[in-house]
Write a protein that binds this ligand. Structure first.
Ligand code: CU
Ligand code: CU
Length: 646
């Protein structure tokens, strides 16, 4: 399943293909500005997809994309060319009738929109227009008394009643504190656990989940609502939660929940906005569980003020999109260093390329945008759109007009209001920090007259039961995990010189490398590079390594090893004498898994680029690169001359 060979049927011999390959790379490197397009390649690939010859998960996504893209207007995007028949039809259509009859329709839409806008503006009561002031002038207004709650009598015995009274009198929203026995307006519950999720492109993610997905469930309340949040730990290790929409203690109540237990907190959501919540079992485990996938969105909708654009248009949005940008990591080291393997919108690579969000020219669209991160910045942009208003962190009091992007660091959020222009076609949403766009954070809003819209797009990842996931994992292109070896983690061969060691770093609750291959007699050193060493167990970055030989030679007793607990910067060595495969874990974090493959002494050639534990150099890479570059140059001349002679 993992490494199906793709054959280039039109190739004319290995040597020529090799030469052509090098020339292509060299041309790309030299940046000659030539552009390549290959409809034949698209068709060949698409036909293999249709015939079910490619990875089954990928094929399923592809069929989904073809279904969703069928019949909608993707002009300017080129995605429809992926489907052979669509491509051929498009070519035929382009040849037959280069000018399509859409201009008339757009004209009608414009007229309707303009009239609607005029009507709407006229319908807004003058009082509402008066209250709509510009950026930064509304922040000190007294909250609308109508939404203010009086301090209830039964709170009189609270030890901090004076603080509560002052806050309820103040001209800013009170904090979220309520006595824990207060009756809630909403009771929410979610489950935290370890497990697998499908993240698109044939890839399975094995990490930490919330209600079976990454991101977890969306919660929506109104400003002033009393919220009860219950979390249930369905996992094998401690989890917890931190709720950003609460301006009071939540970690105190939810911060450390043992497997099989649950916790509850009650608070009042007083400050409107778009908020993150995430797992927070304490100490070092907080960043780890966020990096490993446990987070979601909670929106507190405003009651005492409205979003400016609703006043401008005199209506609520036609389409509300709840959108989370977030990252997936394939190792703890990458997670800590922010080297995301994938960046996605709402849990799936290219989700809204596959399932374009439908809109109509003139629609009023609102995006509740949250960049979870956990590391990367988002400069979210939609091609063809300038914002009407954005509201910092979703607070209607901080309304900013215009702009092409929102710049959101990890856990930053915006409410974004805009209109779909009176022109049909694809409006591409992307993180304009384009490295992330190329790794999955890109999607489409496709506008079409009379499109059947979905008025609410939710941010949860794609749900499959864990049983379904186990089945899907067998068919995956790859499975990735930040903390355990998967098919993505190839064994790293380590052949240290005499007197040196093979070094494994422990970083981001993960062994780096996760899998190594050594010869009998090699000394392995584990060094703890996690810094947050306070407290113990799941709280801390204190680790060890312990395991045993699962394939000892016949008649021999299995060799076993266990290091002491290591704090930051500490290390311990162990010399492997028995040939076999050793699976090992970290005792405080048993989900951290590693593997050591011990071969016969003298059986391993030194690995390419391996300097052993002591580092070593790869100085030979430079002359090799120069030689490759020279060959490329020669090949270009050869292939150009060949073309000229043909
Ligand atoms: Cu957790
Ligand atoms: Cu550990």
């Amino acid at each position: 399943m993992k490494s199906k060979q793709y054959s280039w049927k039109n190739g004319k011999g290995t040597g020529r293909r090799w030469m052509a390959g090098i020339s292509f790379i060299a041309l790309a490197v030299l940046g000659t500005g030539l552009s390549f397009g290959c409809p034949a390649c698209n068709n060949a690939f698409g036909k293999e997809m249709e015939a079910g010859k490619r990875n089954p998960l990928l094929t399923r996504d592809f069929e989904n994309a073809v279904r969703n893209q069928a019949g909608i207007k993707l002009e300017g995007l080129g995605s429809g060319a992926f489907k052979p028949q669509l491509h051929e039809d498009a070519v035929a259509n382009d040849n037959a009738e280069p000018v399509k009859d859409v201009i008339k329709a757009e004209g009608d839409a414009t007229e309707t929109l303009t009239q609607a806008a005029i009507n709407s503006a006229a319908a807004v009561p003058p009082a509402a227009q008066v209250t709509s002031q510009s950026f930064n002038t509304r922040g000190l207004e007294v909250l609308n008394p109508a939404t203010r709650m009086a301090v209830p009598k039964e709170w009189e015995s609270d030890p901090f009643i004076e603080v509560i009274r002052r806050d309820y009198e103040a001209s800013v929203p009170p904090t979220s504190y309520v006595p824990q026995d207060t009756k809630p307006d909403h009771s929410f519950k979610f489950e935290l656990h370890e497990g697998k999720a499908y993240i698109g492109n044939g890839v399975i993610y094995d990490g930490f989940l919330t209600d079976g997905t990454v991101p977890g469930p969306l919660f929506i309340v109104e400003e002033g609502d009393i919220v009860e949040m219950e979390i249930v730990n369905k996992g094998a290790i401690p989890h917890g939660a931190s709720i950003h929409s609460a301006y009071t203690q939540t970690s105190k109540y939810l911060g450390y929940i043992n497997p099989g237990s649950s916790g509850k907190v009650v608070f009042r959501a007083n400050t409107p906005g778009v908020y993150m919540y995430h797992c927070a079992p304490g100490g070092h485990a907080i960043p780890m569980h966020v990096l490993f996938g446990q987070y979601g969105m909670m929106v507190v909708k405003p009651k005492s003020h409205t979003y400016k654009m609703e006043e401008v248009l005199g209506k609520k949005p036609d389409i509300e999109i709840y959108m989370i940008q977030h990252e997936f990591y394939a190792s703890g080291k990458d997670a800590v260093n922010g080297h995301a393997l994938y960046t996605t919108f709402n849990g799936k690579l290219f989700r809204y390329v596959e399932e374009p969000i439908k809109a109509r020219p003139g629609d009023f669209v609102r995006i509740y945008f949250l960049n979870v991160g956990p590391n990367l910045i988002s400069t979210f942009h939609i091609v063809g759109i300038i914002w009407d208003y954005i509201y910092w962190q979703g607070n209607p009091l901080v309304a900013m007009p215009g702009g092409q992007t929102v710049t959101a660091g990890p856990s930053d959020s915006f409410v974004i209001d805009f209109r779909i222009p009176p022109d049909e076609g694809a409006y591409t949403m992307l993180n304009h920090a384009v490295g992330s766009a190329s790794r999955g954070a890109i999607g489409l809003i496709v506008a079409e007259k009379d499109a059947e819209i979905e008025p609410v797009i939710r941010p949860e990842g794609v749900f499959n039961t864990q049983e379904e996931m186990e089945e899907m994992a067998k068919e995956a292109v790859r499975t990735i995990s930040p903390f355990k070896p998967t098919d993505y983690d190839r064994p790293v061969r380590m052949t240290p010189a005499e007197g040196e060691v093979a070094e494994i770093k422990i970083i981001g609750n993960s062994f780096d490398p996760k899998v190594i291959e050594i010869e009998a007699g090699t000394t392995v050193r584990w060094i703890n590079e996690d810094v947050f060493t306070y407290l113990s167990g799941e709280f801390a970055g204190v680790h060890n390594a312990q395991g045993s030989n699962s394939t000892p030679p016949e008649g021999e007793e299995e060799e076993a090893f266990a290091t002491a607990l290591l704090a930051h910067g500490e290390h311990e060595d162990y010399t492997f004498t028995q040939v076999g495969e050793y699976n090992y874990i970290c005792l405080p974090h048993p989900y951290m898994e590693g593997k050591i493959i011990v071969r016969e002494k003298g059986s391993l050639a030194p690995a390419i680029g391996s300097g052993g534990g002591g580092g070593g150099g790869a100085g030979w890479l430079i002359p090799l690169a120069l030689a490759a570059f020279f060959i490329s140059l020669v090949s270009i001349f050869v292939s150009r001359n060949t073309s000229a002679n043909n």
